[in-house]
Ligand binder design. Structure first.
Ligand code: HXC
Length: 508
């Protein structure tokens, strides 16, 4: 018996070594952790239960039958993060470069199926050379099995991808279909075709980092959500992030007790809005003063920063926050910000996370490029997402709410449950000067100035909208947290359903 137990332990030891000491050292030399080291940072100590440790590939081409590593390049299992269940896979670059074989894919599919059955999120740590070249089409089939599960799991359990090394070719499409993508700076990249192919086809010369590094994807493309300095930062932030997420669409929101008073008054908010309408202010200040303990996890902070999206808590329960940011492009809605916020709204709605919207928006961005690139269909994504969302929706207009953007930003007309405005709100079809120049075209500058002052007095306030019931209450800025907390309490048991349908047809 003793020898059998020892034999098991010896097998486990060998499996834990992955591709061996030399390849582990090479991984460390690149500033990267191994798959198992990553899981030990991500999960609560001692919580990881590994499955399929002894799975091996079934390839017999290219002499592969002689080269087998237990586990076959991916470590899979379940564990907990701050006591809550999660299913994980971590690709092991030390084994065939973390490349995906048929069996490797089966291991990932197994934990995805289990996560779906029990209702727990899936976190994938991606570090892979892509399809296992020796296996050919078997590997492509394996990818497609994973893709199919990504789609079925979407909206059922939260899915999070950490890109911690190479991720190229069709392999990028699994992370792309998960809810959030985190990347590590200078050490991870994602692209459909790499720099060599790009050079051959388009003659463009570009580095891996420029083409698909963490900075590129979290600023320009918006493919990824947040970039971190190194593996440890990314994994620890993932633990914090996980605490905001419900386990599945069947679970209630996680609660984290907070000593932050629900009715905390923030007098400084009474002077947040500058005297001049043209002067910006930082919308982050309002968000941090409203959520519990100022704790806000921002999604896509560096992409389309004219809109802010992220998670906070009120009275310990998660809320999704969407806010126009006057500091960037005056908070205007454009293609990128509409897509960013639209996707965020849909995540919140899928997982029953209430949405709090702070509005200061001058409208949609005018311009030939915006029109030609499809601001109509792309702006409609955010409109569609807000309109279909049935979760509690609380909206606070702090300053501008002009034109179509007023409608879009969780207005009463899109089933906003509680629509508040600060006394500084200006709810109108457009800014005073622009409106007067159209209505009174050809008038002298003096007349225009006079009419502008008249228009401002009449429309640059929240009271016209309030008189029609479009605004439920004009509130003191200092009471914003209290109002939101009270509203969320009341809306906790909100019931609202959309008409039956197979699925909608959001303008993609
Ligand atoms: C099998 C692979 C592999 C792969 C790497 N390795 N990629 N084995 N299949 N796809 C192995 C290497 O042979 C090597 O084995 C070890 O992993 C480390 O690789 P290195 O090249 O030494 O590492 P590095 O210099 O860091 O370069 C990493 C790399 C490079 C950039 C990922 O290995 C690379 O370009 N690999 C091929 C990428 C690729 O073309 N993949 C297929 C794409 S098509 P030893 O034994 O020496 O340690 C695809 C389609 C998916 O993915 C479609 C889905 C629908």
């Amino acid at each position: 018996m003793a020898t059998t137990l020892e034999a098991l332990e010896a097998r486990r030891e060998q499996a834990r070594l992955g591709g061996g000491e030399k390849r582990i050292a090479a991984q460390h030399a690149k500033g990267r952790l191994t798959a198992r080291e990553r899981l030990s940072v991500l999960l609560d100590p001692g919580s990881f239960e590994e499955y399929d440790m002894f799975v091996e590939h079934n390839c017999t081409d290219f002499g592969m039958e002689a080269t087998k590593f237990p586990g076959d390049g991916v470590v899979t299992g379940s564990g907990t993060i701050n006591g809550r269940l999660v299913y994980v896979f971590a690709q092991d670059f030390t084994v065939f470069g973390g490349s995906l074989s048929e069996r490797h894919a089966q291991k990932i599919c197994k934990i995805m199926d289990m996560a779906m059955k029990v209702g727990a999120p899936v976190i994938g740590l991606n570090d892979s050379g892509g399809a296992r070249i020796q296996e050919g089409v078997a590997s492509l089939g394996g990818y497609a099995e994973v893709f199919q599960r990504n789609v079925l799991a979407s909206g059922v359990v939260p899915q999070l991808s950490l890109i911690m090394g190479p991720c190229a070719g069709g392999a990028v499409y699994s992370p792309a279909m998960t809810d959030f993508i985190f990347m590590v700076k200078d050490s991870s990249y994602m692209f459909v075709t790499g720099p060599d192919v790009v050079k051959t086809v388009t003659n463009e010369v570009v580095t891996q980092e420029e083409l698909g590094g963490a900075v590129t994807h979290t600023t320009r493309s918006g493919v990824a959500d947040v970039a971190f300095e190194n593996d440890i930062d990314a994994l620890l932030a993932t633990r914090d992030f996980f605490d905001f997420l419900p386990l599945s669409n069947r679970h209630d929101l996680p609660e984290r007790p907070s000593s932050d008073p629900w009715d905390r008054q923030e007098d400084s908010l009474d002077t947040l809005i500058p005297d001049s309408a043209a002067r910006p202010y930082d919308m982050h200040e309002l968000i941090r003063k409203v959520v519990d303990d100022g704790d806000f996890f921002e999604i896509q902070p560096a992409h389309a920063a004219n809109i802010i999206t992220g998670f906070g808590r009120v009275e310990g329960r998660t809320v999704g926050v969407i806010a126009n940011q006057p500091m960037v492009l005056a908070g205007v809605l454009d293609i990128k910000s509409s897509k960013k916020a639209g996707r965020f709204v849909r995540f919140c709605d899928a997982f029953d996370i209430p949405i709090v919207t702070f509005v200061d928006v001058p409208g949609f961005l005018p311009g030939v490029a915006q029109e030609h690139d499809g601001i109509i269909k792309n702006g409609a994504k955010l409109l569609f997402a807000y309109a279909e969302a049935t979760v509690p929706k609380i909206t606070v207009i702090t300053r501008k709410a002009y034109g179509g953007a007023y409608d879009v930003m969780a207005s009463k007309h899109l089933r906003g449950d509680l629509n508040y405005a600060w006394p500084t709100a200006e709810i109108a079809v457009m800014g005073a000067k622009g409106a007067v120049e159209i209505i009174f075209r050809g008038k002298t500058p003096e007349e225009i100035a006079e009419r502008t002052a008249e228009y401002e007095a009449r429309f640059a306030n929240p009271f016209v909208a309030a008189s029609k019931g479009f605004i439920d209450e004009v509130i003191m800025p200092h009471s914003t947290r209290r109002r939101i907390a009270l509203g969320l309490r009341k809306l906790r048991d909100k019931q609202l359903e959309n008409p039956w349908k197979k699925h909608d047809n959001i303008p993609l």
